[in-house]
Design a protein around this ligand. Structure first.
Ligand code: CAA
Length: 379
């Protein structure tokens, strides 16, 4: 076993860290306050190759491994989780799903633009009555011969308005239950497709989360991903990879908060000495550092297994479960170490605490991760 990163992986990590410091940090508090999408920043991320990191270069991707992706996601998420969720969804749910299962025409038409950020993608599985219970899709795609007629509503869709390309799961054959679901590519501007209201969220407020409405949208058959009825399998397999992205986001939120708390504890004085000289603070720092290392190792384990072509569903779920809990615990303690300063926006840790919560909810709640893990353990 070798715990060293390659020079290439370290260069990606350094580039992501540099980008986060110079391009994302200025304005991150303001974007959070105003719920402002980081349009310019995401454009630059696309130009630098952060939006299609693992995709084959023949589709304008970076051809990098999943380990590099984890390292970059951590660095971006330390500073701006609103930007890193755009990056995660575009990389792991949209580009990876299309590259693995799309037709050559779909890849040429969509993937080549999604990898560069010319277009942004969204992954549309959740519905008002189908969150964790994802097989209960109410959105329908009726087979009309040469096209599907799409009707329904999707909820809590990341990149809901900023996206141009949407992968939408919809039920075609309800009698076949989840095996009747199709994954369809929808373009913004198709007749009958309306982007609904923007959610006013607790965290990741710079990202745009919307409901989507489809009324008699005509979707050409060539926009279906994979065979008839493959949609649910597509969604589950793609989400396995997505969970590595969100786990790394949670890791970054935790390590970002930890770094701020560590620095502050060396500067702030109380009872005649720096607060890091007090054991009450030292024990908090020790717990944070230990959990963050464990979370990072779980993320990297899942990434290495993915890079080796092994089944990583359990490891991805474990990484997400543990890293998201670490993000919550660490950010709460980072606010505590900052005391009153931690409760105000200027010190960043309160934002990281708010951002942390969603990592226990999206791309499968912590409870769903436990279902995935326990099923694998009991196989
Ligand atoms: N990997 C691959 N296949 C999987 C899988 C996994 N992790 N989990 C389930 N499946 C497959 C099963 O093998 C089964 O297929 P077969 O019938 O062919 O064997 C099929 O999916 C249905 O599974 P179950 O019969 O076990 O169905 P269930 O209803 O008992 O459980 C579930 C399914 C695992 C709970 C699933 O509904 C689930 O994962 N829910 C969470 C949904 C989710 O993660 N949503 C996130 C939304 S996207 C998002 O958040 C993006 C964003 O914006 C950031």
């Amino acid at each position: 076993m070798n715990f060293e990163f390659t020079e290439e992986q370290l260069a990606v990590q350094a580039a992501a860290r540099d980008f986060a410091q110079t391009e994302l940090l200025p304005g991150v508090i303001e974007r959070d306050n105003k719920q402002e999408f980081p349009t310019e920043q995401i454009k630059k991320m696309g130009e630098l190759g952060f939006l299609g990191m693992m995709t084959d270069p023949k589709y304008n991707g970076g051809g990098m491994d999943a380990v590099s992706y984890v390292l970059a996601m951590e660095e971006i998420s330390k500073i701006d989780a609103s930007s890193s969720v755009v990056m995660s969804v575009n990389n792991s749910l949209v580009c990876a799903g299309l590259e693995k299962h799309g037709t050559e025409e779909q890849k040429q038409k969509y993937l080549t633009k999604l990898t560069t950020g010319e277009q942004i993608g969204a992954f549309c599985l959740s519905e008002p009555e189908a969150g964790s219970d994802a097989t209960s899709q109410r959105t329908t795609a009726v087979d009309m011969g040469d096209h599907y007629l799409l009707n329904g509503t999707k909820n809590w869709i990341t990149n809901g308005n900023s996206a141009s390309v949407y992968i939408v799961m919809a039920q075609t054959n309800p009698e076949k239950r989840h095996k009747g679901i199709n994954a369809l590519i929808i373009e913004k501007g198709m007749d009958g497709f309306v982007v609904g209201k923007k959610e006013d969220k607790l965290g990741i407020r710079g990202s745009d989360t919307h409901s989507l409405m489809f009324t008699d949208v005509k979707v050409p058959k060539e926009n279906r991903i994979g065979a008839e009825g493959f949609g649910f399998s597509f969604a589950m397999g793609t989400l396995n990879g997505g969970r590595i992205g969100i786990a790394s986001q949670a890791l970054g939120i935790a390590s970002g908060a930890y770094e701020l708390a560590l620095k502050y504890s060396k500067e702030r004085k109380a009872f005649g000495k720096e607060i890091c000289q007090h054991q009450a603070i030292q024990f908090k720092l020790a717990d944070m550092a230990t959990n963050i290392d464990a979370a990072r190792l779980l993320c990297l384990q899942a990434a290495v297994m993915k890079d080796q072509g092994k089944d990583f569903a359990k490891e991805g779920a474990m990484a997400k479960l543990f890293a998201s809990q670490t993000a919550m615990d660490t950010t709460v303690e980072a606010v505590q170490i900052h005391g009153g300063y931690g409760f105000v926006k200027e010190y960043h840790v309160e934002r990281l605490m708010r951002d942390a919560k969603i990592t226990q909810i999206y791309e499968g709640t912590s409870e769903i991760q436990k279902i995935v893990i326990s099923r694998e353990v009991l196989k």
